[in-house]
Design a binder for this molecule. Structure first.
Ligand SMILES: O=P(O)(O)O[C@H]1[C@H](O)[C@@H](OP(=O)(O)O)[C@H](OP(=O)(O)O)[C@@H](OP(=O)(O)O)[C@H]1O
Length: 640
């Protein structure tokens, strides 16, 4: 019988599917960077004006020119802040955005070929960094709960109007109080001075905007991960330095849409990467100006979306698990006269303007905008101001105020379960990912440009693993060979679940070198945490890096893993025991030993509840290397 086909008939097959979160999708087949000049783009049916999936953004209630929001320093939180003297394991980032985050608390410090999070935060000389992490989101009226498990992404967009950077951007970055709790900063600028002589200087040296951002962020432990510039459109991606090993596959692209696609004064620059295994794309756009160009803006956006990232992770913008789209999108407020717009702003009636915002209107009709979400526009229009003031345009142009500067996001939709497309196999990718917007605001205090900057903080989370295994980072004695495990409340256990011991570099979940049943006594049912141990016979003779994997009998897959840890037992233990030395087996087990060859891949121990007493455990200590189970859990089950 094929053990892999032995699903528990009581469990519907859909619920037996593991929810894996890995990165990478098939490349879209769309043509590379061919501008779309679609005169009539597909429209989609009208829907109610509502922000899909938006949970909350907590901006102060429609203040007109709000005063700088007072930083709320939570003193009780402060008293609990993490100081650098706290042991390393308590300082470890434990973000659920990372795979198996909860399993990381055991602090494996082993270097091994499997990806692992930093075992501890390296010493930080900036003494306030840890204190700051416990504060509420800086400079905001954030009311969303967020924990250390969140991966925090702070996005800023600003049309800087060819201005020099201001001396101090700490409040823009939320660093003046409570800073340092963000994991990544994404800064999208437009109209960075790109005069020829300035560009030449910027090629030789770093441009001043990049410089000021780096200077401001580096004391807080942020480093520039990547940047992309297309004339005045600049995208900067920063991350905490200890995330660098987990930010991979970085690629950048740009699309010119100015002058029919040959000039880069308008267009989009993007950076894609996997962040802890999740494919994320950041897209900074400067779309055409002027009220009458709404349709052109959509066309250009569609053209920019044709960007294809080359290489192994060849994919388009919308193939990413999460896309953040921001910039001077240049949409304006239709219909309403200038005085009505200004009255709405002055009287704090911004909602009057929402329905006339061209982007909001386009969201209802444009297919290409489907899935893009945006928080409510509770800040006043960020364009157009007299430079150096908070006064809307008094020049001869008399531009109507507009929310030109925007930040949106999009989760990759799940393919229908029965879809035959290539992506259907990845349909679960984003099912457990959650993006929460914590605030969406403007920054009125910056006056160097005719636009105000806009920023937003997001937290990214994925489901925690169904089973969390906790193990010490070294097994030097047989008595160390213990693991604790916790199961998620929604996890359906089977008494035939087992925990396999794998040598790092294993190729298949059946390549365990030893295993033990994930026992659960009757009296255990309400316990959160369980203990199991490996006996001497189950331990490998070969020292090296190993991991434990929890195999779910119901789901036919591994649903929890540890990071690599080291096994190095004393020679007295590893001197060799013949299989017959194991006294753990019933005579029936002994009879069945022959069914599992030590040289072949072990059969999946998919135990159907049979009429044979399960062994407590099975021996893996057979002669030869790599050590294979001399008897698999499967072999111990009647009828196999
Ligand atoms: O000519 P391109 O390269 O498209 O650049 C445009 C023009 O400079 C616009 O000036 P004008 O109105 O004189 O044509 C300006 O509009 P405003 O002067 O209204 O700001 C736009 O600013 P943004 O709207 O910030 O993009 C800017 O993007």
């Amino acid at each position: 019988m094929d053990p892999d086909s032995q699903r528990n008939p009581d469990i519907p097959s859909s619920s037996q599917e593991p929810k894996a979160f890995t990165s990478g999708t098939e490349s879209s087949s769309s043509a590379c960077s061919a501008p779309i000049v679609a005169s009539s783009r597909p429209k989609r049916p009208q829907r109610t004006h509502q922000v899909e999936g938006f949970t909350d953004t907590s901006q102060p209630d429609d203040p007109v020119f709000p005063e700088l929001i007072q930083e709320k320093v939570n003193t009780s939180a402060l008293s609990e802040t993490k100081q650098p003297s706290v042991p390393a394991q308590h300082l470890q980032e434990n973000k659920s955005f990372r795979p198996s985050a909860a399993t990381r608390s055991h602090i494996s410090t082993r270097a091994a070929s499997l990806p692992q999070a930093p075992s501890h935060k390296p010493p930080v000389t900036h003494s306030t960094v840890y204190a700051q992490r416990a504060l509420s989101v800086a400079g905001t009226s954030d009311t969303k709960p967020h924990t250390d498990d969140d991966f925090r992404v702070h996005i800023i967009t600003w049309n800087v109007g060819s201005a020099m950077p201001p001396d101090d951007i700490t409040s823009l970055l939320g660093l003046n109080a409570g800073g340092g709790n963000t994991d990544m900063y994404i800064i999208g600028l437009q109209e960075v001075n790109s005069m020829i002589n300035k560009r030449l200087k910027d090629v030789l040296f770093t441009d001043q905007w990049s410089e000021v951002c780096m200077d401001t962020l580096s004391p807080f432990g942020y480093v520039l991960v990547t940047s992309q510039r297309m004339q005045g459109v600049l995208l900067l991606v920063f991350a905490k330095y200890y995330h660098l090993p987990f930010i991979r596959g970085i690629q950048t692209e740009n699309t010119r849409t100015g002058l029919g696609g040959i000039w880069g004064n308008k267009g989009g620059v993007s950076a894609r990467m996997t962040v802890f295994g999740h494919a994320v794309c950041f897209l900074n756009c400067h779309l055409p100006a002027h009220i009458e160009n709404s349709e052109k803006r959509m066309e250009d956006f569609e053209s920019i979306l044709q960007q294809q990232f080359e290489g192994q992770a060849a994919m388009g913008v919308l193939d990413h698990d999460i896309v953040f789209w921001f910039g001077d999108l240049n949409f304006r407020i239709d219909d309403l006269e200038m005085h009505m717009v200004k009255a709405a702003i002055d009287n704090n009636k911004l909602s009057v303007l929402w329905d006339k915002d061209q982007l909001n209107m386009a969201k209802d009709t444009e297919t290409v905008l489907e899935g893009f979400q945006e928080g409510p526009l509770k800040f006043p229009p960020t364009y157009k101001f007299d430079v150096g003031t908070n006064t809307y345009d008094t020049s001869g142009k008399k531009r109507k105020p507009a929310w030109t500067d925007r930040i949106l996001w999009r989760m990759r939709p799940m393919a229908p379960a029965n879809s035959a497309s290539k992506r259907s196999s990845m349909s679960g990718l984003t099912s457990g990912t959650r993006v929460t917007q914590h605030f969406y605001r403007s920054h009125m205090e910056y006056t160097v440009s005719d636009h105000k900057p806009v920023s937003s903080i997001f937290t990214l989370q994925v489901d925690v693993p169904l089973v969390t295994l906790i193990v010490d980072d070294e097994w030097r004695e047989v008595t160390d060979a213990v693991t604790k495990f916790k199961v998620a409340p929604n996890y359906s256990r089977s008494s035939w679940d087992w925990i396999g011991l794998y040598k790092v570099g294993f190729k298949h979940h059946k390549d365990y070198v030893g295993y033990t049943w994930a026992k659960q006594e009757e009296s255990d049912y309400l316990r959160q945490e369980h203990h199991v141990s490996f006996t001497e016979e189950e331990l490998p003779k070969e020292p090296g890096d190993y991991i434990l994997g929890y195999y779910s009998n119901n789901m036919n897959s591994i649903v929890g893993v540890t990071e690599p840890f080291q096994i190095q037992l004393p020679s007295s233990v590893t001197s060799g025991l013949s299989p017959s030395d194991s006294s753990d087996f019933t005579s029936e087990d002994e009879v069945k030993k022959g069914s599992s060859s030590s040289s072949s891949r072990s059969a999946t121990p998919t135990g159907q509840e049979g009429n044979v007493q399960k062994p407590h455990s099975a021996s893996s200590s057979n002669a030869g290397s790599p050590v294979k189970s001399s008897i698999s859990p499967e072999a111990s089950v009647s009828g196999k």
